[in-house]
Write a new protein. Sequence first.
Length: 318
Amino acid sequence: MGNRVPRRASIPFAAALLGASLFSVGVPEAAVGGDAEEPSTSVVDGVVEIALDPDRAAISRGLTPRALRAAEPLDLEVASGARLLSPSESFAEPGAPVSVPSSQPLNPSPSSSGFQAAPQRTTSASGIPFTSTEVTDMLSFPNRTHGKLFILEDDIPIFVCSATAVTSAERNLVWTAGHCVHEGKDGQAFEDFVFIPGYRDGDEPHGVWYAEAAYTTSQWATSTNENVAFKHDVAALVMEPNERGELVDVVGARGIRFNQNPVKTFRSHGYPAAPPFDGERMFRCVSKLGGLLGRGLLAPMGIGCDMTEGSSGGGWIV
C-alpha cells in the first residue's frame, strides 16, 4: 500500500523540548485505545521507530476542508496546581551546547518577522507576562516552516497538533510532541500523519507532506512514571518528498538547539484549536522563561501563553 520512498534519518533525541504545549488541559477520550491496526514499531538505543506506509491516494481523498476543520486538538494533560520552580531551584548544568542552524529553502521568499492581523495582546498567565499575536504571513520564510500536523486513522484526519520543519541532512524532518505520534504507556502509535506547512484558513500554500516514519523516545512510549514520560515527550517525523521536492527545499527549516541554558525569551508558535480559537490560524506567544516543571536536565519549561489545545508540538524559537 502507498507510494513510499524508503529512507532513514539519524535523529538526535537530546534534552530538548522544541514545542510541547506544557500547560494545555485535556486529552480527547478517543485518543486512547481504538480498533485501528497498530503500525510496526521497533526500539533501538531508546528511540521508538514507527514504520509508516501512507496510501497517498486514499489519504488525499480524506483531506477535505470539512475533515481538516473537524480534526480534534490532541494535547497532554498536566496536573492542575503543578508548581513551577525557578531555575535556581531546579536547573542542572547541561553538557556542551549544540546549535544546528536554520536552512534556507531553495527558492527563498522575502523574510518575515511575523506580520500581525491585530495589535499584540499583552497579558499574564499564572503571573508570567507574555504577548500574543496572530501571524498572518504564512508565505514567507521562516513563518512557513511552521504548520499543522494531522493525525489520521483509516485515512481520515482525526486529531491535530502543531509542528515545525527543522534542519536535517536529508532535508525532510519535522519536530513535534511525542503524544502527537504515540499514545504513551498502554497505548499505541498513530497510523498516519500529514504535515501542511503554512496552513491558514484551509489553504495549503506550500503543499501537503506525508510522513514515511515517526520517532519518539522509549520513555514516552513505555514509562509508567508520568513525570519521566512527560520529560521525554518529543517526536520527529521523516516526510516523503512530494511533487515539489523535499520539504526543507520548499519551505526551509528552523534550526534546533540542544543542551541550552533555559533562561531565555521564547517565541512559541502553534495552531490553538479549542475556544476561543478555531485552529485555522497560527499564533505566536513571546515570553521569558517562567520556571521549570521539576528538577534536572530534562525538566519541562513553563512560559506565559494563552494558546489552547492544538498548539501542542509547535516550535519554541529563541
